[in-house]
Ligand binder design. Structure first.
Ligand code: GLC
Length: 681
């Protein structure tokens, strides 16, 4: 059951798709307080747990810290950070009372979940115009499902987007891209996509091509496509202020950009230098921005990543002026304890300064609104512009779309990557822990930059990251580091080849579980407590995940880890794989186990009377045969598995003919219209 309360006159966020009538009064369970801001408080019992908040810092259970929904470009996120690139305002409180809370607002919200007072949740809403939805259900899964029904079906990418993807902020020329693909082929490591970072643009201007580096752009896209490789260009939110640049000039002529208090176009610095932001919160301007993508689609592009759309600001003239004044003042003095730190501070506060988000305004279809009040909507609406444009220009076709900034609602249009991370073991762990909470908030197509975006990775970290990412729908290796991290650059290339082949073998299962989760508003990744609510041990597990209906994973995420403790909430079959055809299996009883896992091995667990359908790997998904499958399973009695499989690229998705029932017993298996056999080693 969902109840809704409304305070003030909230701005439409389009986060939800269902109409829920407004109730008078105050939400059950929470204490409402109206002061300078609106707060909701809740007294937790010692054993209560809190899930949700999507892309955020810390563990799966959010208890013990404060999280602030304020989309921010935050590359070096250390444990003390409170905000990342997203605003995912949904939590589930799980205890004697279990219920969900969704704060539907474009403003800043903070969640102090037992940080100030170990037993108290304090939700503080900066903007007093908001909707709050309370969701009561009979179980965690039920609350999650009701919420997902409220916000609408998650974005489903084309099937090729389940292949392995390579990116690096370094590739520039046509030959750079050819070389990457050639090396992957030479090493026989499967690959489906290569990304174009900002250097493909002319002068970092979105919707342009660098003519010297990529003189035959369309031919290159086609040449790659012929090899089964999709090229995915980046689009940046900031539009360079530059005479002669068509997007800028037309934008000025047609009045498309956000304005300052005096009605001049707001200007700030991002990658290309001075930029304007298109006012994507205005329907016409949003459509206009969407129209720009046609330029790339017409060149054969079928995937895009939208970046810097929190929106990220490097500097404004106002902040620079303050900083330069301080430098002038201190120029010839001996810096002391105060002045030294004052200067460091002044410069570190140049970027993404909350003051700058108060300097510009939107025209939300006739309503003038200062940006800071709707900050969290910006990335969502910019990506929505692309999603809607894709529907206009390529109706019935699925394209790959990723965004860095996000808010609930955007999950209907796009997937996300979890922004800039670092080649840290703690960021591998964070990535694991973000996945189930992202799913709760509707973001099913998600993944982190494998190996770490910043800092130099190393072979061991990359290996473990790849082994985890075998299960993340988005599997993209992306970095800006000095050290190359394409998989063929490491010493034990064969281990990576084996792991990526395993990923490809899993695609029938991953795709089936993913699309079913999207269609039925379920979670593809889940914390164990969602499946084993009555098991007090399972509740406490922070580093194992359920993946679809058959699998539990327990990734290795520690340096020099050659094994780990795993808790089995029921009897399961452990599979330890070195390659698609080289693996061991053993049935283990419910309980705690220590499992050894060499660096060249990945492990996963199959639940009793469950199976995993596998395909024979190939160099690209295009070359795979999804009609001849092999299964591995832990089958004790007659059982069935519903395999979802479709054409992989049209929007014709929820169609009965795409569901195949696989009938299995201990000895044999059968499926009408698919050729299925038990896997032999
Ligand atoms: C941002 C993005 C990153 C990209 C870089 C250059 O930091 O998050 O993925 O490589 O910009 O475009």
């Amino acid at each position: 059951m969902i109840t809704r309360f409304q305070y003030g006159h909230p701005i439409r966020t389009d986060s939800i798709i269902k109409h829920i009538p407004i109730e008078e009064g105050y939400p059950k369970h929470l204490v409402y307080e109206d002061g300078e801001k609106i707060t909701f408080t809740y007294e937790m019992k010692p054993q209560d747990m809190v899930y949700g908040l999507g892309e955020n810092m810390r563990g799966i259970n959010k208890r013990g810290f404060t999280y602030i929904s304020r989309c921010v470009d935050n590359a070096i996120h250390t444990e003390d950070c409170h905000s990342l690139y997203a605003a995912h305002n949904f939590i589930i409180i799980y205890g004697i009372e279990t219920f969900g809370v969704f704060i539907d607002t474009a403003g800043i919200v903070s969640y102090d979940i037992g940080e100030t007072d170990i037993d108290q949740i304090i939700i503080t809403c900066d903007d007093k115009d908001l909707n709050i939805y309370m969701i009561e259900g009979k179980s965690l899964k039920d609350v999650a499902k009701q919420f997902r029904q409220l916000i609408g079906r998650s974005y489903i990418p084309p099937k090729w987007a389940f292949g392995y993807q390579q990116s690096r902020w370094k590739y520039k020329t046509e030959n750079d891209f050819r070389e990457i693909v050639r090396q992957y082929k030479e090493h026989a490591i499967p690959l489906d996509a290569v990304y174009l970072d900002i250097d493909y643009m002319d002068n970092y201007q979105s919707f342009t091509i660098h003519k010297d580096n990529l003189p035959h752009f369309e031919e290159l896209i086609q040449e790659m496509k012929n090899q089964g490789i999709h090229m995915v260009p980046i689009i940046d939110a900031g539009i360079k202020v530059q005479d002669g640049y068509h997007v800028y000039e037309n934008g000025v002529k047609e009045n498309r950009f956000c304005k300052d208090k005096d009605g001049h176009f707001f200007r700030c610095g991002v990658w290309p230098g001075y930029c304007h932001f298109v006012d994507v919160l205005n329907t016409q301007h949003r459509n206009w921005f969407g129209d720009q993508y046609k330029f790339l689609l017409d060149k054969g592009i079928d995937g895009i990543w939208n970046d810097m759309n929190e929106p990220s600001i490097f500097y404004t003239d106002e902040r620079l002026k303050e900083a330069y004044e301080l430098v002038d003042k201190l120029k010839n003095s001996e810096l002391n304890l105060n002045t030294y730190f004052q200067m460091c501070d002044e410069f570190s506060k140049l970027s993404n300064n909350p003051k700058d988000y108060k300097l510009f305004y939107h025209d939300i279809d006739g309503q003038k609104v200062r940006h800071d009040k709707v900050h969290n909507l910006y990335g969502y609406f910019l990506t929505r512009a692309a999603g809607e444009a894709f529907e206009r220009f390529r109706p019935h076709k699925r394209l790959l779309l990723l965004s860095r900034g996000s808010m609930i609602g955007m999950h209907r249009y796009s997937g996300i990557w979890t922004g800039d991370n670092l080649a840290w073991w703690s960021h591998l762990k964070l990535c694991i822990q973000q996945m189930p909470n992202l799913n709760l908030c509707g973001f099913l197509y998600a993944g982190g930059d494998l190996g770490g975006f910043g800092n130099n990775t190393n072979e061991e970290l990359m290996t473990r990251w790849v082994q985890f990412a075998i299960f993340t729908p988005l599997m993209r290796n992306h970095s800006q580091s000095e050290r190359a991290q394409e998989l063929y650059t490491f010493k034990n290339t064969n281990t990576f080849k084996n792991m990526i082949e395993i990923r490809y073998a899993f695609i029938p299962y991953l795709y089936s579980e993913f699309v079913k989760a999207a269609i039925h508003n379920d979670c593809y990744f889940r914390a164990l407590s969602f499946d084993y609510e009555n098991d007090p041990q399972a509740r406490l597990i922070e580093d194992q995940l359920m993946v679809g209906e058959s699998i539990m994973i327990a990734p290795i995420y520690e340096q020099n880890g050659r094994g780990r403790y795993v808790y089995l909430p029921e009897n399961m079959k452990l599979i330890k794989m070195r390659s698609f055809n080289d693996y061991d299996e053993i049935i283990l009883p419910k309980g705690h186990h220590y499992i050894q896992v060499n660096l060249n091995e990945m492990i996963f667990f199959i639940k009793e009377n469950h199976i995993v359908p596998l395909a024979k790997p190939a160099l690209t998904t295009k070359d795979m045969d999804f009609n001849h499958l092999e299964i591995i399973g832990y089958v004790k009695e007659n059982t069935q598995y519903i395999l979802y499989d479709d054409d992989g690229y049209t929007t014709n998705i929820d169609n009965k003919e795409y569901s195949y029932t696989i009938y299995v017993n201990q000895y044999s298996c059968y499926c009408q219209n698919k050729h299925i056999t038990y896997k032999k080693k």
